[in-house]
Design a protein around this ligand. Structure first.
Ligand SMILES: [Zn+2]
Length: 235
């Protein structure tokens, strides 16, 4: 009996963290409960994660300006604090800015209290720089935990995931699949995930540079065809 109790206690200790992290993410992603993966409007939403980066974000903003396209930036709070001019420019040029944690930290490793701190501090940084309170949130890697939805609701955030990505955080996939993938994205509310910073451990530093060269070709073609680029949620 005692052995069974110990086995049960050990199993519970393993299952509870899994329920809190991986299983919570799988359930939310499969059911779509509390998250937005696709928009119910015509158009394509371009979203860029992990910046701002002093070189690549600047180049990206120039590119978006050239083609008169608005996009959404899910920024890392600490990087935003280091590059306030880039956030001011995003805001001035009509782009939307959302939260992507204070550091690029997985929600699987965050207690509810630490997750809240990541959100609130990033919200404050964006608000201090732009004067606007962000209400879009994308958890890094799309990883959530059991506290993600209640916390997002309590702060009136909308959690935006994506409908399409082409592994643009790697140079090899930018070279091989990105452009063809972008060309095939339907304009039925698709949300495309891209990255304007390649400094995460799983990414290639130079990947955003290759991504930008492919994005330029795509935007040239897409804007000539009149494909509408939309923002996930308009105020
Ligand atoms: Zn990210």
């Amino acid at each position: 009996m005692r052995k069974r109790t110990i086995a049960f206690a050990i199993a519970s200790l393993c299952i509870i963290p899994l329920l809190y992290s991986v299983i919570a993410t799988v359930v939310i992603r499969l059911t779509g409960f509390g998250i937005v993966k696709k928009l119910n409007r015509t158009g394509i939403a371009l979203t860029f994660d992990d910046g701002p980066h002093p070189v690549f974000t600047e180049k990206l903003l120039d590119l978006l300006k050239k083609y008169n396209v608005r996009a959404t930036f899910f920024v890392v709070g600490e990087k935003a604090k280091m590059h306030p001019a880039l956030l001011k420019r995003m805001h001035a040029e009509g782009h939307q800015i959302g939260i992507h944690h204070l550091q690029h930290t997985s929600s699987w490793r965050l207690t509810p209290g630490r997750l809240k701190k990541q959100l609130v501090e990033t919200e404050q940084i964006i608000h201090d720089i732009t004067g606007v309170r962000p209400f879009l949130y994308r958890p890094p890697w799309g990883f959530m935990n059991a506290a993600t939805i209640p916390l997002a609701r309590s702060r009136n955030y909308r959690i935006i995931i994506w409908s399409h990505h082409f592994k643009d955080w790697k140079v090899a996939s930018c070279e091989t699949i990105l452009l063809e993938g972008l060309r095939q994205v339907p304009e039925d509310g698709s949300i495309i995930l891209l990255h304007d910073d390649g400094t995460n451990p799983s990414a290639d530093d130079e990947a955003p540079d290759v991504m930008l060269s492919k994005l330029q070709i795509y935007l040239e073609e897409a804007t000539a065809k009149g494909i509408p680029f939309i923002l996930p949620i308009l105020n």
